[in-house]
Write a protein that binds this ligand. Structure first.
Ligand code: FAD
Length: 313
């Protein structure tokens, strides 16, 4: 049984994981999407000007710096990606947290589920076919295959490069000439693999699994046939609002109501970050981080009332 399960690996959840590890709690983080960073993954290239210690930092770099700090503790407090909290059952002294990857028993829960989840934007055609992926869970799914990657951001380019030596061939198709990914990685990809721009997907063909696709040049309208055994789609994400009723806690204006130490109306369930409200709440990164530290202090006190020092370090 865990002492704590943290729901969400946005800034609040990531920093809470670091604090939980510093307090030597037996904790786990579950994150519904395939990457950590929460809303910051939606605006990676936007500058953040209100982060203490930085006059200006891009959201993507800020997520990396949170992760760098957390990485020291990743074996103590692991993050399970692609794991969505669905329901919670309250027992006398513990909770049963149901997720799409199984049930976890835990003494306390910290909701750091922010503004909601992020679901990948789906391909309009052929989405029902096998071998169409929106995330990479096992790199060996692509072993020896003709892989086509769709998209022009970091996820598309980085995964295309990562599949080098695993896939039989790698083709990246993007609807613009310009990429949102790091230029160095785009150049590397262009040197070694097939990069087709500016093309859009017109048709996806297959009986059971994907076999080929037809793409169209956005200017000349010329079409090409591309053979594909696997298709990896990185068209970005759609935010999906949280359902607050699942937790059976008091809510106000569709946000979870918390007290000073971030406890909800249910003993043992705490909440921080963008999903909560209290008098004067600001929905910012810096407040989410402060709330995470407060919550972990309170959870530690709840689990170990005899401890005189909150933090070990
Ligand atoms: C365009 C934009 C620009 C912004 N600019 C700034 C800025 O300059 N400065 C600033 O301070 N703030 C800014 N913000 C706000 C800031 O991003 C948020 O305050 C911050 O991300 C809140 O962090 P969080 O960890 O509470 O939630 P989130 O970042 O929303 O992270 C929540 C995480 O929980 C996961 N999750 C949700 N439900 C579940 C579930 N059921 N199971 C498992 N996981 C789940 C989600 O996938 C997500 O990863 C901006 C926001 C936007 C949209």
């Amino acid at each position: 049984m865990y002492e704590l399960v943290i729901v969400g690996a946005g800034p609040a959840g990531l920093f809470a994981a670091t604090c939980a590890a510093m307090n030597e709690l037996n904790a786990l983080v579950i994150e519904s999407s395939s990457e950590f960073g929460g809303q910051l993954t939606l605006y990676k290239d936007k500058a953040v000007y209100d982060m203490p210690g930085f006059s200006k930092i891009n959201a993507g770099d800020l997520v990396n710096s949170f992760y760098e700090q957390y990485k020291m503790y990743q074996n103590d407090v692991p993050i399970m990606l692609n794991t969505q909290a669905i329901d919670v059952i309250h027992h006398d002294h513990h909770f049963e947290l149901k997720t799409n990857q199984g049930t976890f028993l835990t003494k306390t829960i910290l909701l750091a589920n922010g503004g909601g989840m992020f679901q990948p934007k789906k391909l309009e055609q052929g989405d029902h076919l096998k071998e169409i992926y929106y995330t990479v869970s096992n790199i060996h799914d692509f072993q020896g295959k003709d892989v086509v990657v769709l998209g022009g951001g970091d996820s598309a380019v980085d995964w295309a490069l990562t599949l080098e030596g695993i896939a039989k061939s790698i083709t990246l198709i993007h609807r613009r000439e310009d990429f949102r990914a790091h230029q160095r990685n785009v150049d590397l990809l262009k040197q070694k693999h097939h990069v087709l721009t500016p093309y859009i997907v017109k048709e996806v063909i297959g009986v059971d699994s994907i076999e080929k696709l037809f793409i169209e040049h956005t200017v000349t309208k010329e079409t090409k046939e591309i053979k594909a055994d696997a298709l990896l789609v990185f068209y970005g994400v759609n935010p999906v609002k949280n359902r607050v009723d699942v937790w059976n806690v008091k809510v106000k204006d569709n946000s979870i109501l918390v007290g000073q130490n971030m406890v909800t109306s249910r003993e043992g369930i705490y909440a921080v970050g963008n999903s909560i409200t209290y008098e004067g709440k600001l929905k910012m990164i810096v407040t989410a981080l402060g709330e995470a530290a407060t919550a972990i202090g309170a959870i530690t006190k709840f689990l170990y009332p005899e401890r005189t020092k909150t933090y070990k370090h």
